[in-house]
Design a protein around this ligand. Structure first.
Ligand SMILES: NC(=O)c1ccc[n+]([C@@H]2O[C@H](COP(=O)([O-])OP(=O)(O)OC[C@H]3O[C@@H](n4cnc5c(N)ncnc54)[C@H](O)[C@@H]3O)[C@@H](O)[C@H]2O)c1
Length: 285
């Protein structure tokens, strides 16, 4: 199947990056969000990102302009028409199920529905669909334009033919696509829970300050310390993923969420996107 148009649903941290990557690699791209403010922010961020790449001569001005022309921004549900959909909305099972159910009602029978979920089993998302065989996981990492890995996740009901199609799309985007099983958190996020969890535990025991923990982790070779990374990912998103894994593994104590993180979520200290998380980002306010 020849994929020409990709619809990215949700224009937050991930949707913005994924839409930029799709457009840069030749796909006609529709970026949809229910929130006009998020959509405007996404447009501005993509323009800035592409301009920066052009300034650094990583792409030509023609490539920048062509990429920008390939993207349509919309909050009109009826304007979502694509060969492949990549869902990047809030990390909530019901929201994702409702979205796919609404989309499959009005999209052609061969449309492929991918979820960028970090932690919700693809099988569960697909279970609410009339055509669960059309649903598959396509998990990008943050920031999507930079990170090479894409986990491809086939759910129990996914048509196995989708795997090759989705892998090919990821490879066309210059990504490394790896097929993983539909287990909670897949591979990377499951392992990463302990990176965040232990750092939060050290902080809650007052064994070290967060700056010191980050500094030490970075000195050992991690690109970012746990607290800086949670702020980049979104403290709210990171917390939802932890809660989802904790529940998926029947409250296994190894995945227990931390109250420090919960309080940040409740206070809307969600990291870079809200101007404050573990650290403060005055420029983002
Ligand atoms: N942030 C990360 O580092 C990261 C990495 C990989 C995967 N993910 C996953 O990607 C998804 C999105 O995460 P994010 O960090 O981009 O979230 P975000 O909070 O930055 O953005 C979510 C966007 O979805 C929009 N939205 C919510 N409900 C919608 C709906 N029904 N239809 C259309 N738009 C809707 C919101 O308005 C918002 O703009 C989540 O499933 C998350 O687990 C996140």
């Amino acid at each position: 199947m020849d994929i020409k148009t990709i619809a990215v649903i949700g224009s937050g941290t991930m949707g913005t990056g994924i839409a930029q990557v799709a457009a840069m690699h030749g796909y006609r791209t529709i970026l949809f969000d229910i929130n006009d403010v998020a959509l405007k922010k996404a447009k501005l961020n993509i323009e800035i990102a592409l301009e920066n790449l052009a300034q650094k001569q990583k792409i030509t001005t023609e490539q920048k302009n062509a990429s920008l022309h390939r993207i349509t921004y919309t909050s009109e549900f009826s304007e979502i028409n694509a060969d492949l959909v990549i869902e990047a909305i809030v990390e909530n099972l019901k929201a994702k199920q409702d979205l796919f159910s609404a989309l499959e009602e009005r999209m052609p029978a061969n449309t492929i529905f991918c979820s960028n979920t970090s932690s919700i089993p693809i099988t569960q998302i697909a279970s609410a669909c009339k055509y669960p065989e059309r649903v598959i996981g396509m998990h990008f990492f943050n920031p999507a334009p930079v990170m090479k890995l894409v986990e491809v996740i086939a759910g129990e009901a996914s048509d196995t033919k989708l795997v090759d199609i989705v892998k090919k799309v990821a490879e066309n985007m210059q990504k490394t696509a790896i097929l993983v099983k539909d287990y909670p958190g897949f591979i990377v996020n499951r392992v990463a829970r302990h990176f965040y969890g232990e750092s939060l535990k050290i902080l809650s025991e007052q064994a070290a300050e967060m700056e010191q923990i980050d500094e030490l982790l970075e000195a050992t070779g991690f690109k970012m310390g746990a607290f800086k990374l949670m702020d980049l990912i979104g403290v709210d998103v990171n917390f939802s993923v932890t809660v989802s894994l904790f529940n998926a593994f029947y409250q296994d104590a190894r995945f227990r969420p931390n109250l420090i993180q919960q309080k940040k979520v409740e206070a809307k200290f969600w990291g870079r996107k809200t101007g404050k998380g573990f650290y403060i980002y005055p420029e983002q306010k």
